[in-house]
Ligand binder design. Structure first.
Ligand SMILES: Nc1nc2c(ncn2[C@@H]2O[C@H](COP(=O)(O)OP(=O)(O)OP(=O)(O)O)[C@@H](O)[C@H]2O)c(=O)[nH]1
Ligand SMILES: [Mg+2]
Length: 398
C-alpha cells in the first residue's frame, strides 16, 4: 500500500514547505491557513433553477442533490404543475450548497414584471434557466431580465434523452446533427434577446455524463471564484473520471494546507503508534475525502437507487474500504496502523533528508511529512475506490 514515494517528489514537497516557512513566521503561515479554512467553511453556493412549468427544474434539483424523485425530502416532480412557490433544498451531504427550485415566470403568484424582485434575485450566485422541448417567450423574457440585473445565467435545454430517442425514429438519424440543430435553435432565440454569446447546454437529468452537462460544469468552474469553485466540486455527483480527477486536485490542495497546519499545531503521538501527527486533522480530512468521493453507505445507497443497482454490489466494488459504512476515528487509527510499517521507514528517511532543509523545525517537519503522506495515501485509495464504483455503475447488466 502507499503512493509512490520517490525521493524527488519528497524533495519537491519539502522545498515547498521550506518556501512556505520562509514566507514569514510559521505562526503567520498558520494564521493565514486558518483564515483560508474559515473562509472556505463559510463559503456558500446558491443555485437558482427557473423556467416554465414542466421544463424539468425540480428534476434537475434532485439530480444535483444525487436523489431520485421518490426519495424523502426530494423536490416533487411530475407531469402536472408542481412548483408553485420558491423552495430551497440544501445538498444532503454538503450544506454549503443550496439549490433553489423557483416557480416559472408568469405563473399566477409570480408576475413577469415583478419576477426577479419576488424571487429575491440578489441571493443567488447564478441562474439556470431550464427549458423543455420549446423555447418559450417566457424564457426570452427571463433571459432579458436576468441580464438587466447583471446576474449570470446558463440556459439549459433539458430532456435530451427524450429528444434523441424521438429523433432516432427518423431516417438518416445522426445524434451529432440533432444536437447541433437543437443547439443552433436555442442560440438563435437567445441572440434575439441581445445576448451576443449565449451559453446553451443540452442535458438530461438521467445522464449527467452524456450530452453537455460536463460543459456546464466547466463553464461554472471558470466563472466562479476559487472558494465557490471548491464548494461546487466537492458537491458534484461523481459521475465521470473527469469529476473524480477534479475532486482529487481540489483535495490535494486542501491536504497540503492542512498538513502545514498540523506541523504547527503540535505533533501529538498517536497511542500505539510511533507516529506524531494531529489525529483530529487526519480524521476530519479523511472523512471529508471519503464523503466527497461518495464512498459512504448513504451515498452508495442513493447511487444504487439512481442507477438501479443493489447497494451491496456497489459497496463490494470498493477494494480499499471494504465493509466501511462511515469513517470513524477507530477506522482511521486502524488504517494508520496498517500503514505504519510503510510510514515509519519512510518517515525516518524523509526526516533525515529533511534536516538540512528545515533546520530547527524538524519536529514540525516530521509531523508535516507524516500527515501529508498519510492523507495523500488515503486520497489515492479513495480515488481508486471511486473509480472502482464508477466502473461497477457502468458495467452492463447481464
Ligand atoms: N426523460 C427525462 N424526463 C425528464 C427530464 N427532466 C424532467 N423530466 C420529466 O419531465 C416532467 C416534468 O419535470 P419537473 O422536474 O417536475 O418539471 P418542473 O420544471 O419542476 O415543473 P413545475 O414544477 O410544474 O414548474 C417529469 O415527468 C420529469 O420526470 C429529463 O432530463 N429526462
Ligand atoms: Mg417543479
Amino acid at each position: 500500500m502507499g503512493i509512490a514515494l520517490t525521493k524527488s517528489l519528497v524533495k519537491e514537497e519539502l522545498q515547498r514547505f521550506k518556501a512556505a516557512k520562509e514566507e514569514g513566521n510559521i505562526e503567520d503561515v498558520k494564521a493565514k491557513i486558518m483564515k483560508d479554512m474559515e473562509l472556505l467553511n463559510n463559503t456558500t453556493l446558491h443555485i437558482a433553477i427557473t423556467g416554465d412549468s414542466g421544463s424539468g427544474k425540480s428534476s434537475l434539483v434532485n439530480a444535483l442533490r444525487e436523489m431520485t424523485d421518490e426519495e424523502k425530502d426530494s423536490a416533487p416532480t411530475g407531469e402536472i404543475e408542481m412548483t408553485k412557490d420558491k423552495q430551497s433544498y440544501k445538498h444532503p451531504k454538503f450544506p454549503q450548497v443550496t439549490l433553489w427550485d423557483l416557480p416559472g415566470i408568469g405563473t399566477p403568484n409570480f408576475k413577469a414584471d415583478e419576477y426577479l424582485k419576488q424571487v429575491n434575485f440578489r441571493q443567488y450566485d447564478f441562474f439556470i434557466i431550464a427549458s423543455g422541448e420549446r423555447f418559450t417567450e417566457n424564457d426570452v423574457k427571463l433571459a432579458c431580465e436576468i441580464k438587466e440585473m447583471k446576474k449570470k445565467f446558463y440556459y439549459v435545454r433539458t430532456k435530451m434523452d427524450v429528444s434523441i430517442s424521438n429523433n432516432k425514429k427518423r431516417k438518416n438519424f445522426s445524434e451529432e446533427k440533432t444536437l447541433q440543430e437543437i443547439r443552433n435553435y436555442c442560440i438563435q432565440r437567445l441572440r434575439g434577446t441581445g445576448e451576443h454569446s449565449p451559453r446553451v447546454f443540452l442535458i438530461s437529468r438521467w445522464h449527467l455524463n452524456n450530452y453537455e452537462f460536463p460543459l456546464l460544469v466547466k463553464a461554472l468552474e471558470e466563472d466562479l471564484d476559487a472558494l465557490k469553485r471548491h464548494v461546487l466540486i466537492m458537491a458534484l455527483p461523481t459521475f465521470s473520471k473527469e469529476v473524480i480527477k477534479k475532486k482529487e486536485n481540489a483535495m490535494s490542495d486542501l491536504i497540503w494546507k492542512l498538513s502545514l497546519l498540523s506541523c504547527t499545531v503540535g505533533a501529538i503521538p498517536i497511542p500505539g503508534l510511533s507516529l506524531a501527527c494531529d489525529i483530529g486533522i487526519l480524521v476530519s480530512t479523511m472523512r471529508k475525502i471519503f464523503n466527497c468521493f461518495g464512498l459512504d453507505a448513504e451515498s452508495l445507497r442513493r447511487l444504487g437507487e439512481r442507477v438501479g443497482k443493489p447497494v451491496d454490489e456497489l459497496k463490494s466494488a470498493r477494494k480499499k474500504f471494504q465493509g466501511v459504512d462511515t469513517l470513524t476515528k477507530e477506522f482511521v487509527i486502524d488504517y494508520l496502523q496498517k500503514s505504519v510499517a510503510w510510514i515509519t521507514v519512510s518517515t525516518v528517511e524523509l526526516v533525515l533528508d529533511f534536516v538540512p532543509v528545515v533546520g530547527s523545525v524538524v519536529g514540525g517537519g516530521a509531523s508535516f511529512v507524516t500527515t501529508y503522506y498519510m492523507l495523500k495515501n488515503f486520497l489515492s485509495d479513495a480515488v481508486e475506490d471511486a473509480q472502482n464504483v464508477l466502473a461497477k455503475v457502468c458495467e452492463k447488466k447481464e
